[in-house]
Design a protein around this ligand. Structure first.
Ligand SMILES: Nc1ncnc2c1ncn2[C@@H]1O[C@H](COP(=O)(O)OP(=O)(O)OP(=O)(O)O)[C@@H](O)[C@H]1O
Length: 236
């Protein structure tokens, strides 16, 4: 078998084919939506308000059921919301992470997994810390730790930095980038953003409009195509 044939045989982390979904009576949010993430890394989606990005992530996460089409994930997906207060449910960091652990682990393995997830996001030792005492950026990193503790390999991030200050935004972006390029077992992340500067950190970016996703391109070229022209630029 040739190298090309071998790489084609490897299943991609995510394959979405012919996906269709509508909210109630209105127009379809997604109609024949296709997406293939070719390998681990940080992949970004941009698009206008209402173009279907959040609906797509909820379908991939299994929170919604498509009316047609297929979603094939290698490994477990986990959603990270724009506002971590919408997904952190228990009073302390450790108890919240315990909620999402895989079944069948003994107490020691559970504690080890929680400690490791906290350490990976820069919150080592904060098991007992009340969640309400964390900063917004720390809460978002705790939500990411929840995904890690649950053994997710596909992170679905819905504008995870939209509510963060510039320093916390950078920390979260660098954290996800690191997790997606670690060796061994790099993760795959599908990251929705309206912050065009974030496109420079991704491995590929695509534009979603009216429920349909365009081809992958470099983050830089998509950013250039979306950035407004400088004043007088049209005449130059
Ligand atoms: N819970 C809901 N009930 C009814 N319609 C919804 C619901 N959530 C989304 N929609 C509709 O589905 C369509 C796609 O919305 P969606 O939130 O997926 O877009 P989006 O690209 O994520 O937008 P944004 O960038 O503003 O977050 C829109 O027409 C929206 O009004």
């Amino acid at each position: 078998m040739t190298a090309a044939a071998t790489s084609e045989a490897v299943e991609p982390p995510l394959r979405v084919e012919g996906l269709r979904f509508g909210w109630g009576e209105g127009a379809l949010a997604l109609s024949d939506c296709q997406l293939r993430i070719p390998g681990p890394g940080l992949w970004m989606l941009v698009g206008s308000n209402g173009s279907g990005k959040s609906t797509l992530l909820r379908l991939i996460a299994g929170l919604l059921t498509p009316t047609a089409g297929t979603i094939t994930c290698q490994g477990r997906p986990a959603l990270v919301f724009q506002n971590p207060d919408h997904q952190l449910l228990l009073p302390s960091c450790g108890s919240d992470l315990q909620l999402g652990l895989p079944e069948g682990l003994d107490d020691r393995a559970r504690a080890g997994r929680v400690a490791s997830a906290l350490a990976q996001v820069g919150l080592a030792g904060l098991q007992q810390r009340p969640i309400h005492t964390l900063s917004g950026g720390q809460k978002q990193r705790l939500a990411i730790a929840g995904a890690l503790a649950s053994a997710a390999t596909l992170l679905l991030l819905d504008e995870p930095t939209a509510l963060l200050d510039p320093d916390s935004q950078k920390e979260v972006l660098e954290l996800i980038h690191r997790l997606c390029h670690r060796s061994p077992s790099p993760l795959t992340a599908l990251w929705i953003t309206h912050r065009l500067e974030e496109l420079e950190c991704c491995d590929g970016a695509a534009r979603m409009e009216a429920g349909t996703i365009g081809p992958w391109q470099s983050g830089e070229s998509l950013r250039r195509s979306l950035a407004p022209l400088p004043a007088g630029g049209a005449e130059r």
